[in-house]
Design a protein around this ligand. Structure first.
Ligand code: ADE
Length: 418
């Protein structure tokens, strides 16, 4: 039995049902698992993951274990951990799990340290905590990494900054930036699950409400589209002129956050940056406004400025909703100002994670196949992995597409006009 630190081993049965339910919606990952099972391309490779402990993650780890890897897992965020999944991973799938829902920051750090001590050869991250800790740990440990996969924009910002300052000592693969991931995961996954999280936490009616999206990257686009689909009037706040123009062309109102602050009923930050909503915005908001952050870290909504303005203090008014009393108005903060889609809902549905985690599984295989040859720095996911994943997903959806003829391929390569 692998060593573990989980909430309750008796939840394993329920966890297995949940993992199998997700598996049924992950045909691409399943086909990769079947191939890994027979080819064993990662025999004996130590893989440590600091990811959200969900049924979908469990299916990624099953695929890696089927490939022959030794797999360990801790939590990217204590609020997203599904304790039944953790129990099942340990009991049924031989994964070393160290994660319990709601664990303290101290416990989470101990769990992370235990994974670092296992000297992994590959790390999988959702926020760069694990690869960062490997760099801060024993001398030489980071150099031993064959590769580090990163799943978030926020994490990639940290890793690129490390590389720019000469501190990065291993190859990193930006799985989050793979085209297949962008389209599927950011736009449709976060789009749907963020709304799901807001509805589960606050149970507000979106139709007829003014819904403000701060940040119009891929995820912001998904959230704005889904909010409009639910009947809300959507305002977009964006600092990049091209993206702002795109939002306007899409039919959304575009304005600075200070103006939007007066209009919004629901605010969602999804910018990856800090202080996007702060004191000057809180002071203009309407009584009862709902504030959520779909980003990874709790920096997008300035929580200390919110607390400082709350002359009447704050209290939990529903599970996952903290109400701040500003004297003349009350503002409602969801899920402590972070990852509302995972903390109040279940993150991306399995059909979405099917694509993300297929890319991760194939990228792990790629890293092992190129062991020692990838230079330090941040790499893109190879295009053949993107295309193979998209083809497998299309096949799973029963969609066929045309192929270019040889004459068409020659025409594309040629320079002669006509
Ligand atoms: N990130 C977003 N959704 C997720 C999910 N369902 N499982 C793991 N990581 C996620």
């Amino acid at each position: 039995m692998p060593s573990s630190s989980i909430a309750d081993p008796r939840l394993a049965r329920a966890g297995r049902d949940r993992i199998e339910w997700a598996d049924a919606q992950m045909p691409v990952l399943r086909s990769i698992r079947d191939r890994f099972e027979s080819e064993k391309p990662m025999t004996g490779v130590g893989i440590a993951a600091c990811l959200h402990v969900t049924a979908e993650t469990a299916n990624l780890l099953r695929a890696l274990a089927a490939a022959g890897a030794r797999v360990a897992l801790c939590a990217a965020n204590p609020l997203s951990t599904q304790d039944d999944v953790a129990a099942s991973l340990r009991a049924h799938y031989g994964v070393e799990v160290r994660a319990a829902h709601g664990e303290s920051a101290v416990t989470a750090a101990e769990h992370l340290a235990a994974l670092v001590a296992s000297e992994p050869q590959i790390t999988l991250d959702d926020g760069a905590d694990l690869v960062g800790a490997v760099h801060d740990g024993a001398a030489g440990a980071a150099e031993k990494l064959l590769g580090a996969l990163e799943e978030t924009t926020t994490g990639l910002l940290r890793l690129r900054a490390m590389h720019a300052s000469g501190r990065l000592r291993c190859p990193v693969v930006a799985v989050n930036e793979a085209q297949a991931e962008r389209i599927f995961s950011d736009r449709y996954g976060t789009g749907q699950s963020t709304l799901d999280g807001i509805l589960r936490a606050a149970n507000v009616l979106l139709a007829g409400q003014t819904f403000v999206v701060l940040g119009y990257g891929w995820t912001g686009q998904g959230i704005a589209l889904r909010a409009r689909g639910a009947g809300a009037s959507v305002i977009v706040c964006e600092v990049d002129p091209l993206r702002a123009l795109e939002a306007r062309m899409e039919g959304f109102e575009v304005m600075p956050a200070l103006k939007a602050a007066e209009r919004g009923d629901v605010f969602v930050t999804v910018s990856g940056n800090r202080d996007v909503l702060r004191g000057e915005h809180f002071r203009r908001m309407k009584d009862g406004a709902v504030l959520a952050n779909a980003g990874h870290f709790d920096v997008e909504i300035n929580l200390s400025e919110l607390a400082a303005l709350a002359v009447g203090g704050s209290r939990a008014v529903r599970p996952l909703v903290e109400q701040f009393d500003l004297g003349d108005r009350r503002l409602n903060l969801l899920t402590q100002g972070r990852v509302v889609n995972l903390a109040a809902a279940e993150g991306h549905p399995a059909a979405v994670m099917d694509v993300s985690f297929a890319i991760q599984a194939l990228t792990c295989e790629h890293v092992v196949a190129h062991a020692g040859t990838l230079p330090r720095g941040v790499h893109s996911v190879p295009d053949d992995i993107n295309r193979a994943t998209a083809m497998l997903k299309l096949a799973a959806l029963g969609v066929e597409i045309d192929e270019l003829s040889e004459a068409q391929k020659r025409y594309q390569r040629g320079w002669a006009p006509g």
